[in-house]
Design a binder for this molecule. Sequence first.
Ligand SMILES: C[S@@+](CC[C@H](N)C(=O)[O-])C[C@H]1O[C@@H](n2cnc3c(N)ncnc32)[C@H](O)[C@@H]1O
Length: 292
Amino acid sequence: MVGASFIVHPEPASRVQKYDFSQIRLSRADFQKISRVLYQFSGICLQPGKEELVRSRLLKRLRALDLHNFRDYLKHVFDDKTAQELRTMIDCLTTNKTSFFRENKHFNYMRTRILPEVRNSGKGMRLWSAGCSSGEEPYSIAMLLKEELPTVDPTRLKILATDISDTMLAKARAAEYDRQSLAEIPPNCFVKYFTPVSSGSNQLYRVDESIKRMIRFARLNLMADWPMKGPFDLIFCRNVMIYFDNYTQQKLVRRFWDILAPGGHLFVGHSESLVASSAGFRYVEPATYVKI
Ligand SMILES: C[S@@+](CC[C@H](N)C(=O)[O-])C[C@H]1O[C@@H](n2cnc3c(N)ncnc32)[C@H](O)[C@@H]1O
């Protein structure tokens, strides 16, 4: 027989052994490198014991890039001259828990102590949600302003909402939330400011344009330069500084002081306090400070 030909059939996809990413370990040295770079660029301090959290959050990047160990992943991060992978890595390592009208005391404080004066003066207001995550905080603020200041020209009520996470900002801009996450919204606001939108089997609700228009979302690393001009009347920086060390917190609080109007308020998370860094602020009640 002359010229017998062989056809090589590829292995069916189902029989090709997939790489088992779950076996990848994070060495202490690689954890320390990641901690250092995260601290240097975002101020976030990873406590010892967070190795497993870091490993599991970054495994999806190794999968996406088909890299089989953290050493190669870190090389990829450092070799990337655009710094895009560094940005993605930091994004993956942020903690973004938030909810509508979270720590409601601040909203009550605004309603009873700040907004009556704004209503009477007819002046506008500039607010900053620093570390806004997926948008629930600035949307809660906007709904409150709209309800409490019906006679103030809405174009004079401006909310800047910033975060370091591109993923969270995309969610915030999309402004669509599931029913469960809307539980804390007062029923009258839910009816007025949310429209059902269908998204496959998942029922979502979209924030009304009148609320969205009051907010400008932007990516901002709190450790970097701030391109915006002050002054702000109120800054929400809640549940963000818990991830920073004392030194970073103090520097940040000083910068908040600089960009606040005299008499402006700073709200921090209820588990946070300014104790060591409160220079220039008067304590009003837990997690609530006024610039003096
Ligand atoms: C736990 S969430 C808090 C969200 C909201 N303020 C609240 O209290 O519900 C913390 C947010 O801070 C952001 N963050 C952490 N470090 C940051 C930095 N250096 N610059 C800007 N945002 C940062 C995270 O991406 C995250 O979305």
